[in-house]
Design a protein around this ligand. Structure first.
Ligand code: PXP
Length: 238
């Protein structure tokens, strides 16, 4: 059965919008673990727009499950990973102006740097996953640079609008899973998955873990609103 790693970045987005200390992604991570999450995913972006260094440090000390640290392939991030020692590092491309991670990593282009950094992280006992499009050449290159795992970018599947396009994307994902597993790579998946589209990917055998954030945090806000309003109402009206 595939595992679920919950991305709590957007709890930090809400916190940072006010420049205060709540809601705390650390508290959200504890609650996600109590609800059965198999791991917690955080993306420490170079511009620190959501997760902060303090969150990474406290989560490292408090998580009971596994930490998946998403990060760009920079000297700064590699140094933070080597200090933090998350169970997994997922290397992602990062553009300053993007709203969220837009495409997969170009492993072919980055081959020589990746080979060196992947080995460095692995020597510290960290599992290294590469966030890539479901593309054969990228999968082969991921194997070649020595990655332990790939995370298949499911964004395209989530974005297409017609059933035939959706089927085509599901087929790409299926082929990618099979090719990666034949090469001995662990296969994770994520990006854009929500309560409507996740089942068809979850039904595919061979995926180790799903990394899901935005849809879970969005739903948490909506399913929690009644209780939150009721509690405030009681404080005001008794
Ligand atoms: N996987 C990776 C590599 C990501 O960058 C993100 C977004 O931070 C996710 C998964 C989660 O995507 P979403 O928030 O759309 O569920």
């Amino acid at each position: 059965m595939a595992k679920l790693s919950v991305n709590v970045d957007h709890i930090a987005t809400i916190r940072n919008a006010r420049g205060v200390s709540e809601p705390d992604p650390v508290a959200a991570a504890v609650l996600a673990e109590l609800a059965g999450a198999d791991g917690i995913t955080i993306h420490l972006r170079e511009d620190r727009r959501h997760i902060q260094d303090r969150d990474v440090e406290i989560l490292r000390r408090t998580l009971k499950t596994r930490m998946n640290l998403e990060m760009a392939l920079t000297e700064e991030m590699v140094a933070i990973a080597l200090k933090t020692l998350p169970e997994t590092v997922t290397l992602v491309p990062e553009g300053r102006h993007e709203l969220t991670t837009e495409g997969g990593l170009d492993v072919i282009l980055l081959q020589s740097t990746l080979k060196q950094k992947v080995a460095l992280l692995q020597q510290a006992g960290i599992m290294v996953s590469l966030f890539i499009e479901p593309d054969m050449e990228q999968i082969k290159a991921s194997h070649k640079v020595g990655a332990d795992a790939i995370e298949i970018h499911t964004g395209m599947y989530c974005e297409v609008r017609t059933e035939s396009e959706r089927r085509e994307q599901l087929r790409r994902i299926e082929l990618a899973i099979s090719a990666a597993r034949k090469l001995g790579l662990v296969v994770n998946a994520g990006h854009g998955l929500d309560y409507r589209n996740v089942s068809r990917v979850a039904a595919m055998p061979g995926i180790e873990e799903f990394n899901i954030g935005h849809s879970i945090i969005s739903r948490a806000a909506l399913v929690g609103i009644e209780r939150a309003v009721r509690e405030m109402g009681v404080l005001i009206k008794g």
